[in-house]
Design a protein around this ligand. Sequence first.
Ligand code: ATP
Ligand code: MG
Ligand code: MG
Length: 405
Amino acid sequence: RGRARAVKEEKFRVRDEETALGRDARVGILGGGQLGRMLGIAASPMGVRLKALDPTENCPASVSSTQVVGSFRDKEAVKAFARECDVLTVEIEHIDVEALRELAAEGVDVQPTPETLATIQDKYAQKVHFSQAGVPLGPFADCPDEAALQKAASEFGFPLMLKSKRLAYDGRGNAVAKTAADLNDAVVKLGGFEQGLYCEKWVPFAKELAVMVVRARDGETRAYPVVETVHEDNICDITTTPAPVPNKVAEAVQEAAKKAIGSFTGAGIFGVELFLLHDGSILLNECAPRPHNSGHYTIEGCACSQYENHLRAILGWPLGDTSLKVGGAVMKNILGDAEGDEAMSRAHRLMGAALEVPGASIHWYEKPDMKAARKMGHITVVGPSAAVATERLDTILRAAKGDHT
Ligand code: ATP
Ligand code: MG
Ligand code: MG
């Protein structure tokens, strides 16, 4: 922790004098997309400055951080970048963990730890880790070859969910086999067994839930309110907070999520995705070691946003208040639905409609161009209750379609 001590002169009063970093700490983030952008926006009022490593010039995070142009997958680029930072964090888990391990061995402060990132970036390793930690999970099995897949299929039945272990996001590493006849196509779709595949028993969920958890350097965890997520084509479309579930369920979700994140090492914010079953029980789906789409609402909805809390955690500062400061909040992702100008003007109409509605805030990520399924921005609407926030969002969605009734 030699580097940490070196930047202590200008620091705030914090509880852990040994590991906390000061305001002048140079925070580096691998990846400069919308998550890095919002992290930088949160850093500014705290007097913290962010540097982002991203290959695309004028990346979304470039408005709120100093961008270093380079790839977060290139070992040498990551190492050169990290040497200019006092603490290094990520906005994406698909990074070169080996580079981070080497940096950590050289004394660079990587948060969360490379071990945590390595476990989470491999979804199968993540499941094994959680099952050992006693977190509720559905049945899953490694599928290194045809024989293992057949064995799992006969045990779990159909539909069967086949998943890539690595580089998965927005459902792009998933393939569903409805019957035994679809198994081969599912394997081919995911690039073959050599890509690293595993499968999960189908979960006939009633709802999908998510919860953000922040983990301090000393292991303290705090959960945010429970969110209902609604996905369209495997991409988060709308989140609603508080989730419309009984208190007992919400408490069980927060406990399971804290147990899951408490089992890792290192500091930071984590997104935890879960399934609620029809009998009221819950199963963890997966987690992400970074700010998460299902936590965007915390900017307007909570006392301390997921972004501010991530910075507090990695800097070794006291964690912030995770409670709701409004009655309810809904978040709508603005996704590209096609390439080109027309799709762009549909997105702009949504933003414009939101500006007319009380409680609505717009977030536009300034991505260079529109593509199908690309996250272009989001709208958060708060109100005295989740129901009122939902009505307000409906007003926005209708107005954007030209329906002003
Ligand atoms: P993300 O963008 O959240 O990282 P991902 O690509 O890692 O997504 P998953 O979260 O594993 O993908 O799955 C995407 C969606 O597929 C889930 O949100 C859920 O709707 C559905 N799903 C995943 N696993 C199962 C399962 N075992 N049974 C039924 N549905 C599932
Ligand atoms: Mg995922
Ligand atoms: Mg997911």
